[in-house]
Design a protein around this ligand. Structure first.
Ligand code: 2IT
Length: 454
């Protein structure tokens, strides 16, 4: 049995109750075969065994009092996955389905993503099964304060820098930072990113994930002699990432036509392209209702399809899933292929495609781009926020955006070059997804080997 197969088997045996974590480990390790199966040094250093084992896992009780005076208890997590190339860095997700498997999958992905940015950040992730839906501001504040009462022991500018993810935006980061500052008695701004502009945040951070995804896409289309101009894009989600993507897609002349929520999807044939429509996505998010159909209240000409996702149901040149993991399963993959219009799936949300769906789409001529490469603009901008905090100087939007663009275009080219270098091709085209894993892995593995067995 090959080195990869042995590590996969052991990882499955050891983490049998963590399906999301095993899904990403399987996807990533399989694509690393061209490197690790051809050079014994990776096995000699037990690089894969160490990569799949988080350096530390913190799991803690988060008690808080709701508006009715009732005590609530949630579970908090911070998984510090890999610090080979920098302090742990990655978001916090507040969502009722959060569990250790989901946080470990996100932390594992983050390690490779952060490496791809070329910036000095290791991989980590955290969160809670807290449900922000329907909670008052004061409930959210009390929850965040209680969460930080434990988390503060594990974070810091040179240790671990959390940020937002689903369910954690500017409001939550503000409450978390306020409590962190109070507990530590220090203004350690670089210990959290995604902060407000008035207290150390970076201009451009809220837009960075969606904008970065579009810069990546633009670089990809350029490389194949095409462009985003005039392309219909089916976006899912309506949160921060979908918002940034719609905004930047429009600037590049593409036409986003869908958004989605847990309740179904919106199809707006006229395009989600006007400033009013794009700004309304922010209102939808701020409403805390978590419903895509709210779009109809302002734009009644659009169509709402309850209980469904747009994959293969609407005509689009590109699908850009921006909602959450496993949005594209084998059923959706088959619909996309049989509908026949789309040529590209540009993953934006973390791991939106199951491994089975990914293989099916690739085998049937759809070109896939990996979320860990495409969505790296968010964490890249977070790292730029840490840099600004360290030098006590805010940068202009032009400076941040210029760096973000350079990073994202560099990431696309790194994925393409790695695929070409290791000759991982599908239907004569580079397998960009494998390329992302190979490129991200190389730097982390080199740093681990140089630092010895730790
Ligand atoms: O998935 C991600 O990369 C994020 N949620 C952003 C992490 C960060 O540290 O900005």
């Amino acid at each position: 049995m090959s080195y990869v197969d042995r590590v996969l088997e052991a990882t499955k045996a050891k983490n049998a109750n963590e399906p999301e974590f095993l899904q990403t480990v399987e996807e990533v390790l399989n694509s690393l075969r061209p490197i690790v199966d051809n050079d014994p040094k990776y096995e000699e250093h037990a690089i894969l065994e160490r990569l799949v084992e988080p350096e530390k896992v913190h799991m803690f009780r988060v008690p808080w009092v709701d508006d009715n005076g009732k005590v609530q208890v949630n579970r908090g997590f911070r998984v510090q996955f890999n610090s080979a190339i920098g302090p742990y860095k990655g978001g916090l997700r507040f969502q009722p389905n959060v569990n250790l498997s989901i946080i470990k999958f996100l932390g594992f992905e983050q390690t490779f993503k952060n490496s791809l940015t070329t910036l000095p950040i290791g991989g980590g992730k955290g969160g809670s099964d807290f449900d922000p839906k329907g909670k008052s501001d004061m409930e959210v504040m009390r929850f965040c304060q209680s969460f930080m009462n434990e988390l503060y022991r594990y974070i810091g500018i040179d240790v671990d820098c959390p940020a937002g993810d689903m369910g954690v935006g500017g409001r939550e980061i503000g409450y978390l930072y306020g409590q962190f500052k109070r507990l530590t008695g220090r203004y350690e701004a670089g210990a959290l990113s995604g902060k407000g502009l008035s207290y150390g945040g970076s201009i451009g951070r809220p837009e960075a994930t969606g904008y970065g995804a579009v810069y990546y896409a633009d670089e990809y289309f350029k490389s194949i002699g095409s462009s985003l101009k005039g392309k219909k894009v089916s976006v899912t989600g309506f949160g921060n990432v979908a918002w940034g993507a719609c905004k930047k897609l429009t600037e590049y002349g593409a036409i986003p036509v869908t958004i989605s929520g847990p309740d179904g999807y919106i199809l707006d044939e006229e395009g989600i392209t006007t400033p009013e429509k794009i700004a309304f996505l922010l209102e939808m998010r701020a409403s805390n209702r978590n419903e895509a159909k709210m779009y109809l209240e302002k734009f009644p000409n659009a169509k709402f399809v309850a209980g469904e996702r747009p994959f293969g149901k609407v005509k689009a040149d590109i699908y850009m899933p921006c909602a959450m993991q496993n949005e594209i399963r084998i059923e959706e993959a088959k619909l996309i292929v049989s509908e026949g219009t789309a040529k590209d799936v540009i993953e934006v949300s973390n791991m939106p495609t199951t491994n089975e769906a990914m293989a099916y789409l690739q085998q049937n001529g759809i070109v896939m781009q990996a979320s860990k490469a495409v969505n790296a603009g968010g964490v890249a901008c977070s790292s730029l926020e840490m840099t600004q905090n360290a030098e006590h100087l805010p940068w202009t939007l032009e400076e941040v955006d210029e760096k973000l663009q350079r990073i994202m275009r560099g990431i696309f080219n790194a994925c393409k070059s790695a695929a070409e270098e290791y000759n991982v091709m599908i239907n004569g085209k580079p397998n960009y997804v494998a390329g992302a894993n190979l490129a991200g892995f190389k730097k982390v593995a080199a740093a681990m080997m140089e630092q010895g067995i730790v």
